[in-house]
Design a protein around this ligand. Structure first.
Ligand SMILES: *Cc1c(COP(=O)(O)O)cnc(C)c1O
Length: 403
């Protein structure tokens, strides 16, 4: 078999469909976010980044950077091992304590990424709870799906945020079997939010464990930035809260928070936790500084929400089809993969505005979109500049108007 031809043909198929991915080659400019240098552009121009998940600009926060510099100088580059074999540094312990405290849980456990946190936790619980059924929202993130698959537990998928369907799926399960309901709070492509309280009520009725992915909410919602469950005063009713240190907290790494027994169980049986080198001490120190900072800076969350609300309002005023979103995420519908890429390319190469096209399989075919993530650092001037460019591109390409 011509293996190389096989690989090239597979990629060719993506190109034919207009959803081949080209990465922007950016150089982030700490202190100057949301500006970055685009190394792909001839002449290396500055671009305004409109699609980063560094939602609060914590990736350039001076307190975070100082903490990282200090830990780097004190402890060096890498952790030196897995958590079990020489890799647990004091910063990891402090960070886990801080995260447990943030979520008002007994314990927390950090992973190399949010992806690994989901994969490991869901697969370990699903594989080890005898006869477990995992009931999963249809729009759950790929990392949760991967964990559920890997567990080989029976799974049932309920229609997105549909409580009648959730109940129906639970009623199909023989009584006595252990159940885990897995869902997200903020769904990052549409910007909608799960009816968490209703899910928890139903879970109580059926005696199910609850697993929530708050990746797009930690740092951003609730008085302390613990997420939507904090905002809605529901944290103590959730068994497993999963989050990332990479988005609102601006660094990298993932975690779960829950009971001491649960965290000890995953620590002891979770392959993705056990068999991978711990995050570098400097990363843990940066994440720790970031969590502490974000907890006490509600002003950041207020500014973040205000920016998102303003962008939605302004785009609506201009007749741009903003998809309904109740969160900080501002998706704009293009509904065609080629046009979506062309709009993104035109914004980047002619207007120095960077917003990545979002195509299948990240979103369903026919719902291709541009996904804007305004931060407290996107000021009015930067916003108006982007909107003017977007309107121009919209007219030039004859893109769909708001319904
Ligand atoms: C990004 C993301 C993850 C993975 O988190 P990382 O820390 O980036 O690995 C998990 N869940 C959801 C919903 C995400 O969007």
């Amino acid at each position: 078999m011509d293996y190389q031809k096989f690989f090239a043909d597979k990629v060719g198929a993506l190109k034919a469909e207009g959803r081949y991915r080209v990465f922007a080659d950016l150089e982030r400019d700490a202190g100057n976010y949301p500006m970055a240098t685009n190394h792909r552009n001839p002449g290396e121009t500055d671009v305004t980044v409109w699609c980063s998940n560094d939602y609060l600009g914590m990736g350039q926060n001076s307190i975070v950077l100082e903490a990282m510099h200090e830990a780097l100088d004190k402890s060096g580059a890498g952790a030196g091992g897995t958590r079990n074999i020489a890799g647990t540094n004091h910063y990891h312990v402090l960070l886990e304590n801080e995260l447990a405290n943030l979520h008002q849980c007994e314990a927390a456990l950090i992973f190399t990424s949010g992806y690994v946190a989901n994969l490991t936790t869901l697969s370990t619980i699903g594989a080890m709870l005898p006869g477990c059924v995992i009931v999963s929202d249809a729009l759950n993130h790929n990392s949760m799906i991967a964990g559920i698959r890997h567990s080989q537990a029976e799974k049932k998928i309920f229609a997105h945020n549909d409580m009648a369907d959730l109940r129906k799926k639970l009623e199909e399960i023989e009584t006595g079997r252990p159940i885990m309901i897995a869902f997200e709070s903020v769904y990052s492509m549409d910007g909608d939010i799960a009816p968490i309280e209703e899910i928890l009520d139903i879970a109580d009725e059926f005696g199910a464990l609850t697993f929530i992915d708050e990746v797009h909410a930690v740092g951003l919602y609730g008085q302390n930035g613990a997420g939507v469950a904090e905002r809605e005063d529901l944290m103590d009713r959730i068994d497993i809260i999963q989050g990332t240190l990479a988005k609102g907290f601006g660094v990298v790494g993932g975690y779960i928070a829950g009971s001491a027994a649960l965290c000890d169980f995953i620590r002891s049986y979770g392959d993705g936790f056990i068999f991978s080198t711990a995050i570098p001490p400097a990363v843990a120190a940066g994440a720790l500084a970031s969590v502490r900072y974000v907890r006490t800076h509600n002003d950041l969350r207020i500014a973040h929400q205000e920016r998102a609300a303003r962008l939605k309002r302004r785009l609506t005023e201009e007749g741009i089809p903003v998809m309904p979103s109740v969160s900080h995420i501002v998706p704009v519908l293009v509904a065609d993969p080629r046009l979506c890429k062309e709009a993104s390319d035109t914004l980047l190469y002619q207007h120095n505005i960077y917003v990545q096209p979002i195509n299948y399989p990240t979103v369903p075919r026919g719902t291709e979109r541009l996904r804007f993530t305004p931060t407290p650092l996107h000021n009015d001037a930067v916003m108006e500049e982007m909107i003017a460019a977007l309107c121009k591109v919209w007219a030039e390409l004859g893109l769909r108007a708001a319904a």
